[in-house]
Design a protein around this ligand. Structure first.
Ligand SMILES: Nc1ncnc2c1ncn2[C@@H]1O[C@H](COP(=O)(O)OP(=O)(O)OP(=O)(O)O)[C@@H](O)[C@H]1O
Length: 258
C-alpha cells in the first residue's frame, strides 16, 4: 500500500450561499493529504455539513474549487462515500438493498455477485446489524439506521470518505467499538477522510489533524496537529498525557474561536 502524500483533497476559496441568501461557507481553504483522516469540529450552523455535501457533489451551486489530485473531485474516477447526518437511507428499500444498490451504482463493472454478498454480510456483522438485513429503515432505531449508513459507506471502499457525525446516535459502548472498527478499516483501505463530530474526545481519538471551524464566517479554520495521539495504540489514547493536553489545547481554541 502506498501512502504517498501528494496533493490529496484541495478546497480553494469555497463559498456556498443557499437560495434565499443564507451564507453557509465563505472562502474556505483546506487541504487534506491523500490517505489522511482529518476530524472537524465547529459550532452549530458553521457550515460543516455544507462543506461535506459540496465535496460529495450534493450541492452544485458553489464558488471556488474542490479538487482531488489536482482535478475536479466530481469525476467517475473518484468514488466518494458519504455518511450524512440524516443517514440518507431509501425508506422503500430493505437494509440489504440499500447497501447493495449503492454498491451497484458505485461499482457498475463489479458484477461478481458472490463478492458483493460477502462484503455486505461482512459489514452487517461488523456493525452488529446482520439480523436487520430484511427490515426497512423506518422500522429501525436511529442508532440502527446510522449503522446501516456506516456499513454502506464502508462497503463501497471509497477514495474519499465523508462522515457527518456518523456515531452520534450510538450508545457509548457501541460507539467505542465502531470507532475502533473505523480506524481498522481505514488502515486497510486508507480513504482520504473528513470526519465531522461535535465530540472533542472523538475528534482527538480519530484525527491525524483536527480542524476547528470558527463561528465567524470568513475566518480561516484552525488546524491542530494530532500526530502524537493518532499514532498511539488506540486503547492507550484516552488515558495518555498527550490526549489530556490536546483536550486542553482544543478547549482553549474553542473558547477563542466560538
Ligand atoms: N437547505 C438549506 N437552505 C438554507 N439554508 C441552509 C440549508 N442548509 C443549511 N443552511 C444554513 O447554512 C448554514 C450552515 O449549515 P450547516 O448545516 O452546514 O451547518 P453545520 O455546521 O453542519 O451545523 P450543525 O452542527 O448544527 O449540524 C446554517 O446557517 C444553516 O441554517
Amino acid at each position: 500500500m502506498s501512502l504517498s502524500r501528494n496533493s490529496g483533497l484541495n478546497i480553494k476559496d469555497l463559498t456556498v450561499a443557499y437560495k434565499g441568501g443564507q451564507l453557509a461557507l465563505e472562502r474556505v481553504n483546506l487541504t487534506v493529504p491523500e490517505h489522511s483522516i482529518y476530524t472537524i469540529i465547529g459550532p452549530s450552523g458553521s457550515g460543516k455539513s455544507t462543506l461535506l455535501r459540496a465535496i460529495a457533489g450534493l450541492i452544485k451551486d458553489y464558488q471556488g474549487e474542490i479538487l482531488f489530485q489536482g482535478s475536479s473531485v466530481h469525476t467517475k474516477e473518484t468514488l466518494i462515500g458519504l455518511v450524512p447526518q440524516s443517514y440518507g437511507l431509501l425508506p422503500w428499500k430493505t437494509v440489504h438493498s440499500n447497501i447493495h444498490m449503492a454498491m451497484k451504482i458505485s461499482h457498475p463493472d463489479r458484477t461478481q455477485k458472490h463478492n458483493q454478498e460477502q462484503t455486505i454480510q461482512h459489514w452487517l456483522e461488523a456493525m452488529g446489524i446482520e439480523d436487520l438485513a430484511k427490515r426497512y429503515p423506518l422500522s429501525l432505531s436511529g442508532g440502527q439506521q446510522q449503522r446501516v449508513a456506516i456499513a454502506r459507506a464502508f462497503a463501497l471502499v471509497p477514495t474519499i470518505m465523508l462522515l457527518d457525525e456518523p456515531f452520534s446516535a450510538l450508545d457509548a459502548v457501541t460507539r467505542e467499538t465502531i470507532q475502533r472498527l473505523f480506524l481498522e478499516n481505514w488502515k486497510a483501505n486508507p480513504a482520504t477522510t473528513l470526519f465531522v463530530t461535535h465530540d472533542v474526545e472523538e475528534a482527538i481519538l480519530l484525527g491525524e489533524k483536527i480542524i476547528v471551524i470558527p463561528s465567524d464566517k470568513g475566518k480561516s479554520p484552525v488546524t491542530i496537529d494530532n500526530d502524537h495521539v493518532f499514532h498511539m495504540k488506540h486503547e492507550d489514547k484516552r488515558d495518555s498525557d498527550d490526549f489530556f493536553q490536546q483536550m486542553k489545547r482544543i478547549r482553549k481554541v474553542i473558547q477563542e474561536q466560538w
